[in-house]
Ligand binder design. Sequence first.
Ligand code: F6P
Length: 550
Amino acid sequence: MNADGRTRLNQTPEWTALAKHREELGEVRLRELFAADPGRGTGYTLRVGDLYVDYSKHLVTDETLRLLRELAAATDVSGLRDAMFRGEKINTTEDRAVLHTALRAARDAVIEVDGENVVPAVHAVLDRMADFAGRVRSGEWTGHTGKRIRNVVNIGIGGSDLGPAMAYEVLRAWTDRDLTVRFVSNVDGADLHEATRDLDPAETLFIVASKTFTTIETVTNATSARTWLLNGLGGEEEAVAKHFVALSTNAGKVADFGIDTANMFEFWDWVGGRYSFDSAIGLSLMIAVGPDRFREMLDGFRIVDEHFRTAPAESNVPLLLGLLGIWYGNFHDAQSHAVLPYSHYLAKFTAYLQQLDMESNGKYVGRDGREVEWQTGPVVWGTPGTNGQHAYYQLIHQGTKLIPADFIGFAEPVAELSDELKAQHDLLMANFFAQTQALAFGKTPDEVRGEGVPEELVPHKTFKGDHPTTTILARELTPSVLGQLVALYEHKVFVQGAVWNIDSFDQWGVELGKVLAKRVEPALTDGADVPGLDASTKALVATYRELRGR
Ligand code: F6P
């Protein structure tokens, strides 16, 4: 029994039933499942918004899905979901509400935190952002010398970087191509150097994005960016006001840094960093694509929010995807999950999902304070599909590990491609469909022999198949579809955290490294003696100093 009165997950009858079912299913074969049910290819599909989701190529039967839904019911996923949407403080270790869904709520919605409706404030900030983005885009907002802003550099890290950086790439075709938009995150000075070396300070706007405004990487880069700006503009301090804006929850720290809080766009502690790019954190994106496209993206998020909140369990897509992940992670010992987009524009999507998923569900302590006795979040990885095919797909097809994968593709290429480049799209998508087919059904030894392959090569050319995949297909990659995709994964992660009984919204695991870095830095710089430094780190620091001639 848990401290919170719940039976431990792995002792519930629903968990036990799934374990037994897994044993009974044994080495289930997708070829057999498809042969037994000719309707599987259309029956095991769902639609949400513009997304067509095919889950037929999974190692599941109707019974598996029923048992998984029972596990979700037993762990009260819907109860926690409703509490989240209501604004209850479900992030218990930080005593915070979890309301990224309020960031895309309709103007007339009412969502209360501590008795106060937060929706008017959300829309007030969106309106301010739209006004500011409009002024930058039109040239009305100029730099200190009166020159038009042509470059926007977002300085942030983690959730204050990955979301807007990913979305900017995704929506590239909707961006103002006359603007240069860059993202600096790494405290390695090379990042800021490369981002600014060819820019004119008089035409450059820095957006300093940090929920806490205490993150050392961001504050350090922002300080160096200010020096770069002032050096370029003759050292006049007043220039900062025209070239720096802040996105934060911490007005005090923003002011301490020297940015006028009139140039700050606010968000709130109930927005987790990795759930924040549809808040003020999306300002760089809004400047790039314009307020209308940004709002279309929010509408897309809202479509999936509503679906997640109201769709019955049988047709609830985030619930299904979350449960499928639990099926593989907890009952097939899968350790990782690949996300493989067949769109160049989604190149940064999986990197974005890594933070969303791994920072949320990379936990070994449950909400009850006890260590879990079951696997939690998977390693999430992947890059755009066709490139992966010529790199690591070999291991997915013929390696010894089970790697469930999501394939994401689109029927239409983006509109601005030339006719010749658009014609390449069928080839791209032929690969998309061929890969999930090969992964699912493989090639039997007899099929290989039938091709006249010499016997000694037959085992090498056999594909066992039964590698599970979800296919997500949409007509076109629009701002709304981007919002739908992100919300889909946000809620999938939510479902898994709810079942595993972990707090998906804190991130204490990143703290220790931060504290130790602060402690070690003086040893590198001044050779200071750091008490309690272990022998390995001591030797590494000494070698580093020697290599730097210190
Ligand atoms: O170190 C982890 C983290 O706290 C993330 O959760 C967050 O997205 C990132 O750092 C950046 O934090 P901030 O927006 O406060 O600078």
